[in-house]
Design a protein around this ligand. Structure first.
Ligand code: GUN
Length: 292
């Protein structure tokens, strides 16, 4: 089994972005900026947000963390989003999910300018993606595609099975895999015979949030397994896949931690850098005499 090392891949790709940012800054441009809105005290979200801030620092991006209390009103969140939409130093913005239930996540995300939507969750960017138009793509699915490419794994013609149908991972990864010419099946909590589907998978992407869900008897010999699960069991981070059982059966597999997680963060950085480049280009055009 070949271990798919997301940590090393992300580090390399982040170094490439750092070099490009250094180039812009040496030419007198400001660095890119990401704003992160975190509501409440969810420990997993706190840890993700810390990782995102650290990654910004490592590539020479500025970042601003806006922490709001669990009982914040929708109006107060809207005010923050409006301010960040208007701030010329903010190229990308994310609202860390999940958010408390009294708030409407879809509505708040759609208030983020689609041109600052570093997560690709805005309804317009989702629409572009599902129409196969160029757009900012959600970080985890795009990070998985980047990781497969880094290992020269071409999914064209493969039977790909996705477990999970969330808007953040399951549904969009199915779209991206289909765009890459895989034949895709989406399984979920109401799938009646999960094993019947997973047994047929050349590529299995697991994003169910259930530790130990995928066992040895459920996978085809030589399959590629991408474990998106992040679960804390007895104080230890584990995925959705029984790694020890699968390691002698599959051909490639991502570990948890060190697999998909670092690629999600890399893709957020990549997306923010893309938004930055579009932003400074627009500014340069506005500054060119004769254009306006
Ligand atoms: N929560 C879990 N994954 C993500 C993500 O990719 N972006 C945001 N904003 N929240 C998340």
């Amino acid at each position: 089994m070949i271990l798919i090392d997301g940590k090393a891949t992300a580090r390399q790709l982040n170094e490439d972005i750092k070099a490009k940012i250094d180039g812009f800054v040496q030419k007198g441009e400001r660095p890119p900026g990401l704003a992160i809105i975190l509501i409440g005290e969810n420990p997993a979200s706190l840890s993700y947000v810390k990782g995102k801030g650290k990654a910004c620092l490592s590539v020479g991006m500025t970042h601003e963390l806006i922490r709001l209390p669990e009982d914040v009103t929708s109006e107060a969140v809207e005010k923050v989003i409006t301010r960040l939409n208007q701030d010329p130093l903010v190229d990308g913005m994310i609202l860390q999910l999940p958010i408390p239930r009294h708030l409407d996540a879809d509505r708040l995300i759609d208030l983020i300018s689609k041109d600052k939507d570093a997560d690709g969750f805005h309804v317009i960017n989702q629409g572009y993606m599902y129409q196969k138009k160029p757009s900012i793509k959600p970080a985890t699915p795009k990070g998985i595609m980047t990781l497969l490419k880094a290992y020269d794994l071409d999914v064209a013609g493969m039977n790909a099975v996705v477990i999970g149908r969330s808007n953040i991972v399951g549904f969009p990864i199915a779209r991206l895999l289909m765009d890459a010419n895989a034949t895709v099946t989406i399984c979920h909590s109401r799938t009646s015979d999960l094993k019947q589907h997973t047994k047929e998978a050349d590529l299995l992407v697991v994003s169910a949030g259930r530790p130990g869900l995928v066992t040895k008897d459920m996978v085809k010999k030589g399959a590629i397994v991408i474990d998106v699960g992040v679960n804390r069991v007895d104080g230890k981070l584990v995925g959705d896949v029984d790694f020890e059982q699968l390691k002698d059966v599959v051909s490639y597999m991502t570990p948890v931690p060190g697999g998909v997680g670092p690629m999600t963060i890399h893709t957020l950085i990549h997306n923010t850098f893309e938004l930055y480049q579009a932003n400074i280009k627009t500014k340069d055009q506005l500054n060119t005499p004769g254009i306006l």
